[in-house]
Each structure stands twice: as structure tokens, then as C-alpha cells.
Design a protein around this ligand. Structure first.
Ligand SMILES: *[C@@H]1O[C@H](CO)[C@@H](O)[C@H](O)[C@H]1NC(C)=O
Ligand SMILES: *[C@@H]1O[C@H](CO)[C@@H](O)[C@H](O)[C@H]1NC(C)=O
Length: 176
């Protein structure tokens, strides 16, 4: 009797833990957080973002008709020496006549940890907005452990210097 109530209590704890994890992520989505470390357009030979087409000069890269290509590092933390977990490789197109956003199409490729070798495919608008603005892009698929993934990515630029821009990325993923 004592052991069955112990097991009941144990399963109750497991259930409570699972319920807590699910409620902290809306609709039970898997939540991953990591940081995009970019060396900005025009920051010299180490820039991780370059123009493929510079039709209009624009400090933000959002000039209408411009095309940028980037290969940024994904790190576990906001500090520039925190562990590398992957790369953010993609392109941005100045697709707004008002030059207040660009369309990005990119792949988050994981190179360390539990998701090494897997990737997420994404697309969406990147607004020209102040640091701290939260914006959303769509997770449209994935490879490896992320096959058939769907969901959304929330991005906030959290730190800027004259050569770097660091963004917090929160991926909410479902396979349903
Ligand atoms: C990631 O996977 C590749 C290919 O399997 C392997 O060579 C590499 O050592 C792994 N990296 C880490 C940090 O585990
Ligand atoms: C960035 O700022 C540092 C000082 O904080 C300065 O030495 C450097 O020349 C600046 N670089 C650019 C590209 O403006």
C-alpha cells in the first residue's frame, strides 16, 4: 500500500512537471533560445553580411531592390565568447517601397549539441525598428531532428556596437 501511494505520488509529480513545461510554452510548442551574432553590413572585411545587389544606398540594407547575403554565428548566449551552436545563413531582399522592412529567407544550421547536423528553415519580414522591438517570422520546415517542423521565431535585437548586432532568437516549434 505504501509503495503504491509512493508510485502514485511519483507519477503525480511527473504529470505536474509535464504540465508545467507545457504551460510555459504556448500550445506545448518546443522552445529553444539562442543568439544571432552579426558583424554588420559595412563593418569591414570581417562583416558577416554583404550586399549581393546594392541598387539603392541605404544604411539599413533595406533599400528597395537591394539584396543582402549573410552567414552569422549562432551562440548559446549574448556574450561574444559564448559557445557556438550553429550558423544563420540566408538572404534579405529590400522588398518594401517604404524601405521599412526586408524579406528574409534563411536556414538555422546547428553544428553542436543535441541538434548538431539538423536545421530549421525560415522566412519572414525583418523590420527596420529600434533595438528591443520583437518581431515574428515563420518556421516553414526543417531537416534532421527538425523534419516536418513548423512554428514561429521571435527575434529581438538586444545589443549593438558600431560593428556588431546581437539578436535574441526564440524558436517555438511543433511537429503536429
Ligand atoms: C557535429 O557533427 C559533426 C558531424 O557528425 C561532427 O564532425 C562534429 O564533431 C560535431 N560537432 C560537435 C561540436 O559535436
Ligand atoms: C567603432 O568604435 C570604436 C571605439 O569604440 C572605434 O575605435 C572604431 O574606429 C569604430 N569603428 C567604426 C567602423 O566606426
Amino acid at each position: 500500500m505504501a509503495s503504491s501511494s509512493f508510485f502514485f505520488f511519483f507519477f503525480f509529480l511527473l504529470f505536474a512537471a509535464a504540465a508545467t513545461a507545457a504551460s510555459s510554452n504556448p500550445n506545448g510548442y518546443m522552445h529553444l533560445r539562442f543568439y544571432n551574432h552579426e558583424r554588420i553590413l559595412g563593418s569591414g572585411p570581417d562583416a558577416t553580411v554583404v550586399y549581393a545587389v546594392e541598387r539603392t544606398s541605404s544604411s539599413s540594407g533595406a533599400g528597395f531592390g537591394n539584396v543582402i547575403v549573410y552567414d552569422n554565428l549562432l551562440r548559446a548566449g549574448v556574450e561574444p565568447d559564448s559557445p557556438i551552436i550553429g550558423r544563420n545563413q540566408g538572404m534579405g531582399v529590400g522588398s518594401s517601397l517604404a524601405e521599412n522592412s526586408g524579406l528574409t529567407n534563411f536556414q538555422l544550421v546547428f553544428t553542436a549539441g543535441k541538434y548538431n547536423g539538423s536545421s530549421l528553415a525560415l522566412q519572414g519580414l525583418f523590420p527596420v525598428a529600434p533595438l528591443g522591438t520583437v518581431f515574428e517570422r515563420a518556421i516553414t520546415g526543417g531537416t534532421g531532428k527538425f523534419r516536418l517542423a513548423r512554428g514561429y521565431l521571435l527575434t529581438t535585437e538586444v545589443r549593438a556596437t558600431n560593428t556588431t548586432l546581437t539578436g535574441q532568437l526564440d524558436a517555438y516549434i511543433t511537429f503536429r
